[in-house]
Design a protein around this ligand. Sequence first.
Ligand code: NAD
Length: 497
Amino acid sequence: MKHVSHWIDGAEVRGEGRTGEIYNPATGEVTGQVAFATVAEVDAAVEAAKRAFPAWRDTSLVKRSKILFAFRELVDKHRDELAALISSEHGKVHSDAMGEVARGLEVVEFACGIPHLLKGGFSENVSTRVDSYSIRQPLGVVAGITPFNFPAMVPMWMFPIAIACGNTFVLKPSEKDPSASIFLAELWRQAGLPDGVFNVVQGDKVAVDRLLEHPDVRAVSFVGSTPIARYVYEKATAHGKRVQALGGAKNHMLVLPDADLDLAADSAVSAGFGSAGERCMAISVVLAVDPIGDALVEKIVERTRRIVVGPGDDPASQMGPLVTAAHRDKVASYLDIAVDEGAKIVVDGRTTPVRGGRGNGFWLGPTVIDHVTPGSRVHREEIFGPVLSIVRVRSYEEGIRIINSGEYGNGTAIFTNDGGAARRFQNEVEVGMVGINVPIPVPMAFYSFGGWKASLFGDTHVHGTEGVHFYTRGKVVTSRWLDPSHGGVNLGFPTNS
Ligand code: NAD
């Protein structure tokens, strides 16, 4: 049985604390143990990162970017292996895991351009013979705390940019699928990253709390559920840290009567059930504007029934199991809640056949619930599983009112052929990432990812230029080189002359 360790100062550290179990969600079997870091182990990782910082921040931009290029090549070379590892612990199908690695790699590619991204401004003669220029400098030791649903991509939203900017990094990945982090740490070593620049501490709340309190951690990036995001934001800012904490989601897709219904149905099913709905950008509610409700539901149901559910390593599977038994049970409990709330289950995932049999895997098939009432629990709460709710609405106005009254503001989409309606939607909707006839509008690496409202605590989104800003501090230098005309003593406030 495998044992997943920490990675501190360029090497694996087995860990002396508690351990947690790692499952294969397709079979329900325990496949390994993961170390849970003690406070002393977190301190050792932060100390290694602190020691590595001075030399790394002074490593030339060209050298840093060479190491990033080498890392990019290594991840690319091993993407199949990494995807298989993700699939074995998370449960997602191989093609989906490959997609996750590809999207993470795009952030590495963006970070390879760090010499350009860190360019400052320069103004000659801001005053007579005085020049001014702006530079951005790294913060020091920064931490990333990440969720189970993207064990490679979400950490890769953070560390390539943080490291490229000259910081040193401590990652605390999800304890549910921890192996990808160690795999990536080994690739950093092979790429020539100096010891201590990238570290991993495995574990739970003990490790997280120590990172949030540690005086040498300058900034924290968090991605996970809203209650923990709020907690991380409050605790880390109280300890004087810069924080970006991305939380949960409840993403709506508004389908106007003029939309292409086949495109809308394909999109709703793909975005609702891809990765078994365990994506923060999954569509979980379709708002069908009268009179297309019945026609759209019929198309969605027909496509949902054709989804092949099975183990992630079976190439015929389109959708895998959920991550844990507890999560599967929680998601399934919403089917009972839906019935209690008067909604109608039109496809029941509890009875979906599974390729190779269910065994003790954490299965729940794709589920469609129609006539969900706005404001009901099924509509309001993040379910984070393969459950697609349909809410029937009378108009665009009713649809947007429902979206904007929600707690979350991560992603949303409108399906229409009316450019004016789409433009109005993009302007009025209170959500951070908007799709127009695109169901999962995840920004590319050179834009920034992040939601509004309870989907993000903090001011900066991740990756893209906001990522570069998050991991650096601005400084402006005003310089004058000695000249006989410097003017002597002047107690007045500096002004241009
Ligand atoms: P989670 O909040 O349970 O865990 C996230 C991280 O926090 C993990 O590393 C975990 O070990 C740690 N953690 C858990 N409980 C903690 C506690 N009490 N104190 C301190 N640390 C704790 O989230 P999850 O179940 O791993 O991931 C799913 C959630 O993440 C969903 O809500 C999903 O919407 C969200 N998510 C959001 C985004 C986004 O970009 N907004 C992206 C991916 C996932």
